[in-house]
Design a protein around this ligand. Structure first.
Ligand code: NA7
Length: 547
């Protein structure tokens, strides 16, 4: 199985077309950016998308159980009155098919598909100082040039297939959840191996367990799983979103994680035990990110406070899982809640009570080899018909370094970021003129559609500013990017989410063998970040070089 570069249909146009902008990706980022540049600035924008259609994350991650962890009112656009009035979500946490339909609806509503070439992966891009143009190559053999290179390639889009020996030898079906076959996978009467217990493994397990003859779950690190508490929306909730979507979007922009929540102003260590338990019970009943963000404000900054939340979740695991040994194996210890990206699940722990589900601890007995008939750890062999890799992504920088991007003097972006990403506000990196990154490395970890809207708007304003002022080049100043990168790193060192290196978190690049250990995302608050971005633009893009 190949998990990248698999979509190109061969053939070449032979000629080199020239455009104002090349836009990579047709997910939330690419669609909105395309709309603004094409409809409002009248630019000639050429979009490329590796997938066969729009949707980005929601095109690829079609595994059963895939759904948003952000609530419906946050996981959508707020820039369009038409979209807000004409679209209606059906569930509190929309499933993959519904989010994909939403993005298809947006694309059709504004006739955006015609500006994208699908089934076409951008393979390389190089900046020419003499012409001030980017030359962009694709895997279909087409080459184009453009003034601006804009990436909407996603934070979690480059799949991570761990380099385990024998991957190609397996005679059954081997799939990565982020390259789920459109036709689905038939689990009926199959012995399934599931590798990975992050957000994805947690979402997919219950639905496979219902269909397969057996599921062996290979767990390296147990997670703190809070119930999603998904349910259908009421008509009143749907009407409320239509009526108040702009107010809701404003509220979301003021939240550190761009969620429709309000910090409680209450610390876990300032209340008595009974109050603390009652607050956690209510957070659990609300589910998902409510548990982290609407219980106590000190969970993200104080490890003792955080430990009280961990203990509460451990109690819930013991209560849900009948076999005490399995419960203990599922119980996370030794790292704070939030150090790994907090997952949400539906019936996850209860699934381990089923007779056809077995938990296999591979923390000290690693998967060493995929064999023709299954897999082998250091001490055991497993016969399997299907192996599912829910092993995550080469996050943040992975989607960039898999493209050969070369800036001034032919310098490769992968080389510039060999010790970790360096950007100013996630938008731009010095030495790569007119490369604009939508939610690029070192932009906030927060509800993604909100971050996308804000960063698309910022890039749109920057390009408008260039054109209005007769300027042709935009890039991060070295000092600007050093200050921002230093700030992002300093914040990460202060909070629980920055303590995840020991547990392989993608936040720190620690889930990929050989990847530099460096923070990938900003934890200083999306709200603070949006304010900073606006202030920088108001000061004629201080920290960037415009010429
Ligand atoms: P994650 O959160 O990176 O989880 C990947 C899982 O795969 C995690 O449990 C890993 O264990 C496990 N893994 C990775 N490699 C191996 C090997 N070689 N052997 C055993 N287990 C392995 O990815 P997800 O797709 O679940 O979620 C990514 C994001 O998507 C999520 O943060 C949301 O934003 C949506 P580990 O914990 O490293 O020990």
């Amino acid at each position: 199985m190949s998990v990248e570069g698999m979509n190109g249909s061969p053939g070449s146009t032979g000629s080199v077309s020239s455009h104002d902008a090349v836009l990579v990706g047709a997910g939330f980022s690419g669609l909105y950016m395309m709309y603004r540049l094409r409809e409002e600035l009248g630019l000639d924008v050429r979009g490329f998308e590796a997938a066969g259609g729009v949707g980005g994350t929601w095109y690829w991650n079609r595994y059963p159980g895939a759904r948003t962890d952000s609530p419906y009112s946050a996981y959508c656009f707020s820039w369009s009155e038409e979209i807000a009035q004409e679209w209606s979500w059906s569930e509190r946490y929309p499933g993959q098919q519904e989010v994909l339909r939403y993005l298809e609806f947006v694309a059709d509503r504004y006739d955006l598909r015609r500006s994208f070439t699908f089934d076409t992966r951008v393979t390389s891009a190089r900046h020419d100082e003499d012409t001030n143009l980017w030359t962009v190559d694709t895997d279909t053999g087409e080459t184009v040039t453009a003034t601006y290179l804009i990436t909407g390639v996603g934070l979690l889009s480059a799949p991570n297939l761990p380099p385990i020996r024998g991957l190609d030898t397996f005679q059954g079906e081997l799939v990565h959840t982020a390259r789920w076959p459109a036709a689905g996978v038939d689990f009926a009467a199959k012995r399934v191996g599931l590798v990975g217990t992050g957000s994805t493994g947690i979402q997919i397990l219950p639905s496979i367990a219902e269909r397969a003859s057996s599921v062996s779950v290979f767990q390296r690190t147990p997670n703190y799983v809070v119930p999603t508490q998904n349910r259908p929306l009421t008509d009143a909730e749907k009407a409320d979103l239509r009526a108040r979507y702009q107010d809701i979007a404003k509220q979301i922009r003021q939240h550190p994680f761009a969620m429709p929540f309000t910090p409680t102003g209450q610390n876990a260590l300032d209340v008595d035990e009974a109050t603390r338990q009652a607050v956690y019970e209510e957070g659990w009943r609300q589910g998902g990110f409510h548990f982290l963000f609407e219980t106590f404000d000190d969970l993200s900054v104080n490890e003792d406070a955080n430990e009280t939340a961990c203990e509460f979740i451990r109690g819930k695991i013991r209560a849900a899982v009948r076999d005490p040994e399995v419960a203990e194996l599922l119980t996370p210890r030794g790292y704070p809640y939030g150090a790994k990206r907090p997952p949400a699940g539906t019936g996850y722990y209860e699934t381990f009570n089923r007779d056809n589900v077995t938990l296999i601890d591979v923390s000290d007995d690693a998967i060493e080899e995929i064999t023709p008939t299954g897999l082998r750890t250091g001490t055991r062999r497993f016969d399997l018909d299907v192996i599912i890799f829910a092993t995550g992504f080469d996050a943040s920088t992975g989607a960039f370094t898999r493209i050969d991007i070369r800036g001034r003097g032919g310098r490769a972006l992968a080389d510039k970021w060999r010790d970790g990403p360096v950007t100013n506000l996630g938008f731009s990196t010095a030495g790569f003129p007119n490369l604009f990154m939508i939610t690029g490395p070192l932009s906030p970890f927060a509800n993604i559609p909100t971050c996308i809207e804000e960063t698309v708007d910022w890039i749109f304003d920057a390009i408008s500013y260039l054109r209005e002022n007769g300027l042709t080049s935009f890039e991060a100043a070295e000092r600007g990017e050093q200050e921002w990168t230093g700030h992002v790193t300093a914040i990460a060192n202060m909070i629980t989410a920055g303590k995840g290196e020991a547990v392989n978190t993608w936040f720190a690049g620690a889930n990929i063998e050989g990847k530099p250990r460096a923070i990938n995302v900003y934890f200083g608050g999306a709200n603070a970040y949006f304010d900073t971005c606006r202030a920088v633009a108001a000061k004629a893009y201080e920290g960037f070089v415009l010429s």
